[in-house]
Design a protein around this ligand. Structure first.
Ligand code: SF4
Length: 483
């Protein structure tokens, strides 16, 4: 967060500071000197590119890494022609790993033509020991490798690479440490993700996250609020509070605090207009959270409630700790408290052992819950998880079920989306429209996208938009007035 730090005051020839934040600024300063000397030597700027695979957690981590690189003196670019290319990897699906290896082959060729090029790998995939072995033996041209627990040490790791001239691999099994106040480069000037906790304790049978992100650790609420106040002072009006299961927030703090209490504190930050959060696990969604959400106008009326399966039998096998009836009760409670709320979900089709009856239970929940959107996934075997040891289903059966589910989900979502046609809603403008010149794209409080006439000057502003044309999963609208 301290992007305006005075590097002249850091004595890079003095002793290494003990405090972790100061230690990392010390190493950023050392990298900065190295990069500055190299730029002079080769007579040009040095560029960097951070590519993110996976979820919002990774996207947020990439912002932190990019923030450090910019302070070191690198110029960010999109292309992989950069002098430093870093892949922040995901390992939720097994084929994601193959994708990264494929990209590495491509980078190897680029490195042959650029003697100053550095290649880095980090993120969840690096927490898998067999991946590290593969990189160590087959991808010797990679320069730095680190994991999910020591991102804060990136500058120190990179500096070690600069000094040693050989590959540096630094992977931690776990950490209890949360290092505050490191730099960050946000993708958007007006909205930001804020980590409120790290890790997960749930061990859903299909998920690798607890193995690669470690156990739950909550950030101190004072640090969260301080970060949000700084973001607001810097022009941010919308924050998304991030955690694998935000309902567990505060359980690891000395002074216990619930997520609902944290939300109330966050809403008190002056100048903040919208608060979002994800993800909330159905096993422990308290009434208190629904009440706070309903009464607090700053909290966006969008709830992502992952279902995964509608079959009680499979939910038990998945270690999800809820059943169909309690899940549907939660949906009813959310809709009773906030009739306009948009509810979205994740669903897995083809989990090992799924029968037609199990699948019909999922379809039944989909019909009853009336989701505004659903992210549907074909179960993909993930080595290292409990479900990977079970017998896998026939691919054709799974594909046929997937198509049926998708059709159902899309029909319901189209009806739900189009229900606001003709109404005027507040939209936060996020970008110019990539596909149609003269149009901008924004998001309503319930997370639906709206495209309407406008230009770049509107990005970051709130505009009242009449939703003239419902297009099943987005709207075309007309600006009524800018707020
Ligand atoms: S709650 Fe389950 S699905 Fe979500 S991150 Fe934790 S283990 Fe994975």
């Amino acid at each position: 967060m301290l992007n305006d730090i005075d590097f002249d005051k850091i004595d890079i020839n003095g002793s290494i500071p003990e405090d972790e934040t100061n230690r990392q600024y010390y190493y950023i300063a050392k990298c900065r000197e190295y990069v500055s000397n190299l730029k002079k030597e080769i007579g040009r700027d040095l560029t960097c590119s951070v590519k993110t695979f996976g979820c919002q957690m990774n996207a947020r981590d990439s912002e932190k890494i990019l923030g450090m690189l910019i302070l070191m003196g690198y110029t960010p670019i999109e292309s992989e022609d950069a002098d430093l290319v870093l892949y922040n990897t995901c390992t939720v699906r097994e084929n994601a790993n193959q994708k990264v290896y494929g990209h590495l082959g491509y980078l190897k060729n680029k490195k042959k033509h650029n003697p100053y090029m550095m290649i880095g790998l980090c993120g969840c995939m690096m927490q898998e020991p067999q991946v590290i072995e593969t990189i160590r033996s087959k991808y010797r041209f990679v320069d730095v490798v680190f994991g999910t627990h020591n991102i804060f040490k990136f500058a120190e790791i990179l500096y070690t690479r600069f000094e040693s001239g050989s590959m540096v691999i630094d992977i931690w099994d776990r950490t209890d440490e949360i290092v505050e106040d490191l730099p960050s480069e946000r993708k958007y000037s007006f909205k930001a993700g804020v980590n409120i906790m790290f890790g997960c304790n749930n061990f859903c049978s299909f998920c690798i996250v607890p193995y690669v992100r470690g156990r739950e650790r909550s950030r101190n609420p004072r640090d969260i609020i301080r970060e949000i106040e700084m973001l607001v002072a810097d022009g941010v009006t919308e924050v998304t509070l991030l955690g694998q299961n935000v309902n567990s927030y505060g359980k690891t703090l000395d002074d216990k605090m619930t997520f609902a209490e944290l939300l109330e504190l966050v809403c008190q930050v002056d100048g903040l207009k919208r608060v979002r959060f994800m993800t909330s696990h159905p096993k422990d969604l308290p009434d208190e959270l629904i009440e706070v959400m309903a009464k607090e106008p700053k909290i966006c009326k969008h709830f992502h409630l992952p279902l995964q399966s509608g079959s009680d039998r499979l939910l038990t096998e998945m270690n999800r700790h809820y059943d169909k009836a309690t899940y549907l009760e939660l949906v009813d409670k959310l809709r009773a408290a906030m009739p306009d709320i948009s509810i979205t979900t994740d669903i897995i089709v083809g989990y090992p052992g799924e029968t037609e009856e199990d699948f019909n239970d999922t379809l039944e929940v989909v019909r009853k819950a009336q989701y505004d959107a659903a992210f549907t996934f074909i179960y993909s075997k993930r080595s290292g998880t409990a479900a990977a040891k079970k017998e896998q289903l026939d691919k054709d059966v799974v594909k046929e079920r997937f198509d049926r589910l998708l059709k159902e989900v899309q029909t319901i979502a189209a009806d739900r989306t189009n229900r606001f046609e003709g109404e005027v809603k507040e939209v936060l403008v996020e970008s110019v429209n990539d596909h149609e010149e003269g149009m901008v794209t924004g998001r309503m409080d319930n997370n639906l996208l709206v495209h309407f006439k406008g230009d770049e000057s509107l990005i970051g502003s709130y505009v009242d938009v009449k939703l003239t044309d419902g297009k099943d999963f987005y709207y075309i609208g007309e600006a009524v007035k800018e707020r």
